[in-house]
Design a protein around this ligand. Structure first.
Ligand code: PBG
Length: 326
């Protein structure tokens, strides 16, 4: 037995930190925040312990609390006061995101990202305009091309309100190009786009849909979000978003798709974001509540692993609690 090579030498205290390949810092993290135009007070989200929907009046305090942990960026999701077929509250000047964004951008130092999608704003819960014939024919869902104008309009309204970056999450073909064109035309050529470039049709979004009240009222999202079995297709999706002007490329969810995170990191010379989604958060909490897992340790290990796979930044509901441990 030749034991010249002993990897354990570098695992001794004192050297471990020096040879660690992957570091995690609070500035790698983006904290999702929910703002609710229908709420007068904060409302707990049962499937996401520790997270609440906050009224517009409370958004500045909420974001300040995030900044105190060392996390410098938030992504805003909105629950509008009313929903309609087109999702018109998504681009309303006095919409929930627009109001909240104005306050956060004027009153805090947060780097503010806004999620650009229509599913929280349409009465049918899909991420765009319905195809003719839906919902009677439940195999039909979102009509791609008419949706692009509405997404672009929404993104411009967020930039006008003061968003630092927009993040389209609807998985419509051409959405990044449509947004880039509209932002440039409106004078926002310096506003970056973080595209949800490889977003899977995942069952791990369940708790989020409770939180943001955005579940589809019929059918599902399989006609626009990606099939979980497809890895090569993710690279095609990402390539299209790069061609259309995406600045940051997101893979979502994170933990079940670390192979995709790695591939995107290796194949594209752009920052990679990974979204550690609501279900990934909820399952650790549920196990911890049963005494089966250590919440702090598993959350930290999850985020380090997502970075090790190749993510430059991580959107995570653990942002604040992990930042406080760092
Ligand atoms: C909106 C959107 C969703 C998430 C982020 N933006 C829900 C969905 O696509 O159904 C999920 C986030 C999470 O689960 O944490 N399109």
């Amino acid at each position: 037995m030749d034991l010249t090579r002993r990897p354990r030498r570098l695992r001794q205290d004192g050297i471990r930190d020096l040879v660690r390949e992957t570091g995690l810092s609070a500035t790698d993290l983006v904290a999702p925040v929910f703002v609710d135009a229908t709420a007068e007070e904060r409302v707990e989200i049962p499937s996401m312990p520790g997270h609440e929907r906050v009224p517009v009046d409370g958004i500045v305090d909420r974001v300040e609390a995030v900044l105190e942990t060392g996390v410098e960026s938030v992504i805003l999701f909105g629950v509008p006061k009313a929903k309609d077929e087109d999702g018109s509250r998504a681009w309303a000047e006095d919409g929930v995101i627009q109001e909240a964004t104005r306050r956060v951008s004027r009153q805090t130092d947060a780097y503010l990202i806004t999620d650009v999608c229509l599913c929280e704003y349409t009465d049918h819960g899909h991420c765009g305009v319905l195809e003719p014939g839906a919902p009677e024919d439940v195999t039909l869902t979102v009509d791609n091309d008419p949706t692009l104008d509405q997404i672009a309009r929404t993104a411009v309204s967020h930039a006008e309100a003061g968003a630092d970056m927009v993040a389209p999450s609807g998985m419509m073909d051409g959405m990044v190009g449509a947004i880039r064109g509209a932002l440039d035309e409106a004078g926002f050529e310096q506003t970056p786009i973080m595209s949800y470039a490889a977003k899977y049709e995942s069952a791990f979004y369940g708790p989020f849909r409770d939180a943001a009240d955005g579940a589809p009222s019929f059918g599902d999202r399989r006609h626009y979000q990606m099939d979980p079995g497809n890895g090569e297709e993710a690279l095609r999706e990402v390539a299209l978003d790069v061609e259309q002007g995406a600045d940051v490329l997101m893979v979502k969810p994170a933990l079940p798709y670390l192979d995709v995170v790695r591939e995107v990191n290796q194949n594209f010379d752009y920052p990679v974001a990974a979204y550690n989604v609501s279900g990934e958060y909820a399952m650790l909490h549920a196990a911890a509540e049963n005494g089966w897992l250590d919440l702090e340790a598993t959350a930290m290990e999850s985020l380090v692993s997502i970075k090790r796979a190749g993510a430059d930044l991580i959107l995570t509901y653990f942002a604040e609690t992990v930042a406080e441990q760092l």
